[in-house]
Design a protein around this ligand. Structure first.
Ligand code: MRU
Length: 366
């Protein structure tokens, strides 16, 4: 595996501080919920699946701390876990994986237990399971996605959907790593990804470290590159995918998808089931995070625009599903019509459909 973005060690979360890359490789030790929330907000840890894994460990930090502080009432621990979930959920709104984790850990915290110690142990096991599952999901996505790449492939990607963004080898870049493992020759073209440069700082760094040839381009060169017609496909990750396949991903993804369609280059999305939100019928319902103006007007501490200029800085955009040739999840490669193929393929994986759950819950029957 190229790098490990997040891990839990000796009662703390250890993160690669992604704000410091590529200049410095710094491991940041996170010992409390407040520090974790700060790390998520400022993108020390980022990428939808990695945020989901880090959030799981946030529950574990808080639960173990509860024990250390002498907490012995199960109900108090459950309340603490509810508050932990609310605090984590308020950090960033778009990536579905964060909420998938919060919902799952909150359910575990409500499970029957005789003693706080047992419940804390159960919470700790669940966090390990979430991380191990994310690794396995990445591997499965990578395997399925690699089949879509020709023997000699030129792949364009946007943002960073690699090991740095997940608990495993990555989603979009996982596809690349798996293809390379299969003996394919892959050349990656990485959009630099304004304003926070995840493509330049992270994707280029991670691919170079893994020995995969990478060429960096400005976001505004992507259409020209696609117009040359020697890119085989675009592969990107996702932050949230609605029931109809509309996909939220890093700002700029939509422009790449439009250009790819114009020049007949297949546009693929690679994401685990934990990124799908079946409760949303279209992408119009996906909450889009707005980020501070300074990221655009004074990125990395240097003013590049007049002070106080009005700025439009959404962190994500939504690519309509009709621009997406296929979505790769751990169950395989899903193609249109997504309204049917997404729910069907996720049902085969036993992923809960919130609509079905809502319809069959006692509250809905009343
Ligand atoms: O703001 P970021 O860096 O968290 O945005 C990340 C992305 O948009 C990724 O493409 C997405 O989360 C998929 S990561 C496997």
């Amino acid at each position: 595996m190229p790098v490990e973005a997040v891990r839990y060690a000796e009662g703390a979360i250890e993160l690669i501080d992604q704000t410091r890359l590529p200049g410095e490789f710094v491991l940041k030790r996170i010992e409390d919920l407040e520090a974790l929330c700060e790390a998520i907000r400022v993108l020390r840890v980022r990428g939808a699946p990695a945020i989901g894994v880090a959030a799981a460990y946030g529950f574990r930090l808080e639960a173990e701390r509860f024990l250390r502080e002498g907490g012995d009432k199960i109900e108090a621990l459950r309340q603490r876990m509810l508050r932990t979930g609310e605090t984590l959920a308020a950090t960033r709104p778009t990536a579905r994986n964060l909420f998938t984790t919060v919902e799952r850990m909150t359910r575990v915290a409500q499970a029957p237990a005789n003693h706080t110690r047992d419940l804390v142990a159960r919470i700790a096991r669940e966090t390990d399971a979430i991380h191990a599952e994310d690794r396995a999901l990445c591997e499965a996505i990578a395997r399925h996605g690699a089949e879509l790449l020709p023997q000699s492939a030129r792949v364009l990607t946007h943002c960073n959907a690699g090991a740095l963004a997940t608990g495993g080898i990555g989603t979009a870049l996982g596809v690349v790593y798996a293809a390379v493992r299969q003996g394919k020759v892959v050349q990656v073209f990485a959009d630099e990804t304004r304003p926070l440069l995840q493509g330049a700082r992270l994707t280029a760094w991670e691919l170079e470290k893994s020995g995969v040839p990478v060429t960096l381009l400005c976001d505004n060169a992507a259409a020209s590159l696609l117009a040359q017609r020697d890119i085989d496909c675009v592969v990107v990750g996702a932050d949230r995918i609605a029931r109809n396949g509309d996909t939220a991903n890093k700002i700029g993804t939509l422009a790449v998808a439009i250009a790819a369609r114009r020049f007949a280059v297949p546009f693929y999305v690679a994401a685990p089931s934990t990124t799908f939100d079946l409760a949303l019928s279209t992408g119009a319902e996906i909450p889009i995070e707005q980020r501070p103006a300074e990221e655009v007007a004074a990125g990395f501490g240097r003013a590049t625009a007049p002070a106080g200029v009005a700025v439009f800085n959404p962190a994500f955009d939504v690519t309509p599903s009709d621009l997406i040739a296929a979505i790769i999840h751990e169950g395989g490669v899903v193609r249109p019509p997504y309204e049917r193929t997404i729910p069907d393929s996720l049902a085969q994986l036993n992923v809960e459909d919130p609509l079905a759950r809502a319809r069959s819950s006692p509250a809905a029957e009343e």
